[in-house]
Design a protein around this ligand. Structure first.
Ligand SMILES: *Cc1c(COP(=O)(O)O)cnc(C)c1O
Length: 384
């Protein structure tokens, strides 16, 4: 047998017996794919966010694809987004034949900087990411969107339960739609899964169409041939989530507020114990925001930046499951082939050089937090 020493990942799910029981109940029920749990989950999420409608997908990525489709993004259009994100945010534009226009970020939050984006004649959508769980400046983005007659979308994969100006992300005061992901490292999980919330009934219908092959039995173009009749009206996909997954989602959602509370508590302790330390800075939470803390990013001080590679490896060896969020998307070989400058956004480049994500999840104990601090200080100080 190997001796398994302590290892704290940067993020992980929290699943209890109650969650498991709910999944088992659905497994024993007649419908395990398109049964009642999907709609129940959608209604619960919509209610939680304060939105009218929600459409669940089998991943956050397919949800993004569906949302951009419903928003009418296509060939010749351009989507503005952050390079400091998971590739899915911009890939969804490429899936539809649209172009991507990356804006630079703010060093103190990692969020897309509204003052740095460049709207062009082709721009149809601005799709910022609430990086690490802290909302972007939605007011500024919505003003830019309105002035230029383009739409605003929110990649809220990190921000379920976060607040902007006292209102939950997904309440859609400023944007057309928001996406949430239910990958296990996110706030609540369905294994894989994602959802779009919107207040617009037409978007709601287009999202449903896109999720299921573009097939519908409503608003038919032709006379029905009989009761079996359905029509494929758009080129959709099979992006459906299952009832099994949504049974887990419904159960998980009941605990979301307590998860967020725990994440915020961990963040507060980190903020305190890392204050004025000589090794790294932490991102700041702006006054009118309440981060959902999907991540807790630290930013190495300049003199340690050249040792990030060694620091990262040593931290993992010491039991801290660090990760880096993110490699600027335009640096990916596929985006390089599309012709993006390899150091397109200077602040994002700096953020990438400095950033390390340390463990952040609801069940971290005081002892774990102390362990993280001790190892961080020990490993980084070796390079002083
Ligand atoms: C996780 C994530 C996604 C994609 O979600 P999946 O459910 O993994 O497909 C998109 N954008 C961001 C910012 C994410 O973190």
């Amino acid at each position: 047998m190997f001796f398994i020493s302590k290892f704290l990942p940067y993020g992980k799910q929290t699943i209890d017996d109650e969650d498991i029981e709910e999944v088992v109940k659905t497994l024993k029920s007649p419908l395990i794919t398109q049964g009642p749990k999907i709609e129940e989950f959608e209604k619960d999420i919509a209610k939680y966010c304060g939105a009218k409608f929600a459409v669940a997908f089998n991943s956050g990525t397919s949800a993004l694809h569906g949302a951009y489709f419903a928003l009418g993004i296509g060939k010749g259009d351009e989507v503005i987004t952050s390079p400091n994100t998971f590739v899915a945010t911009s890939n969804a534009a490429l899936y539809l034949g649209a172009d991507v226009n990356f804006g630079d970020v703010e060093i103190e939050t990692g969020n897309l900087d509204a003052s740095k984006i460049k709207v062009s004649d082709k721009t149809k959508l601005i799709s910022p990411v609430h990086y690490s769980g802290q909302p972007v400046d939605l007011k500024e983005f919505s003003e830019i969107a309105e002035d230029n007659d383009v739409k605003l979308f929110e990649d809220g994969a990190h921000a379920l339960g976060a607040k902007y100006d006292g209102k939950k992300i997904g309440s859609l005061t400023y944007s057309e739609m928001a996406m949430f992901s239910f990958h296990p490292v996110k706030h609540i999980t369905t294994g894989e899964g994602g959802i779009i919330v919107t207040n617009d009934e037409e978007y709601f219908e287009r999202l449903q169409l896109f999720r299921s092959h573009g097939i519908t039995k409503n608003n038919l173009v032709n006379e029905p041939h009989g009761d079996w009749y359905y029509e494929m009206q758009e080129l959709g996909f099979n992006y459906r989530i299952t009832d099994i997954q949504c049974a887990l989602g419904v159960s998980q959602l009941k605990k979301l507020d307590s998860f967020i509370k725990s994440r915020r508590k961990v963040a507060k302790i980190y903020d305190e114990i890392f204050e004025d330390n000589p090794y790294f800075d932490v991102t700041i939470e702006k006054e009118d925001r309440e981060s959902a803390y999907h991540l807790y990013p630290i930013l190495l001080k300049d003199k340690f930046v050249n040792n990030k590679k060694e620091i990262f490896t040593k931290l993992r060896q010491e039991g801290i499951g660090v990760q880096v969020h993110y490699i600027p998307v335009y640096k990916q070989p596929y985006y390089q082939k599309l012709g993006f400058n390899n150091s397109l956004c200077p602040i994002c480049e700096e953020f990438y050089k400095k950033e390390i994500s340390i463990p952040m999840y609801p069940t971290l104990t005081d002892e774990d937090i102390e362990f993280v601090k001790e190892k961080l200080f020990k490993v980084i100080s070796e390079f002083d």
